[in-house]
Write a protein that binds this ligand. Structure first.
Ligand code: SF4
Ligand code: SF4
Length: 90
């Protein structure tokens, strides 16, 4: 699974940057076409959901998704044979 911020929905409130225990969401610096500074993801493969959501069959942690007022955070299925990075933190 791949963590995604939907740029079409995000309003740049940065609430997500305050709740992630891994600090995966970081304040962005670049204005997008809508004039919004969308947060950036720092090594999102560290997210518990990216690596374990399927194994457990439910959303784990999920604080970023819960706090987002615009439903802009989601996890996408990775395509078959898509290259992806793995990270495990203890
Ligand atoms: S689900 Fe939890 S660990 Fe994963 S990005 Fe969101 S807040 Fe961070
Ligand atoms: S909480 Fe949602 S709307 Fe706010 S910056 Fe994060 S992704 Fe964007």
């Amino acid at each position: 699974m791949k963590l995604v911020i939907d740029e079409g929905r995000c309003k740049g409130c940065n609430l997500c940057t305050m709740v992630c225990p891994y600090r995966i969401f970081q304040p962005g610096t670049i204005l997008n076409r809508r004039g919004i500074v969308v947060p950036v993801l720092d090594r999102p493969e560290r997210c518990t959901n990216c690596r374990l959501q399927k194994l457990h069959g439910r959303t784990l942690c999920g604080m970023c998704q819960m706090i987002c007022p615009d439903q802009a955070v989601r996890w996408d299925e990775e395509r078959l044979f898509e290259r992806h990075r793995m990270a495990i933190e203890f």
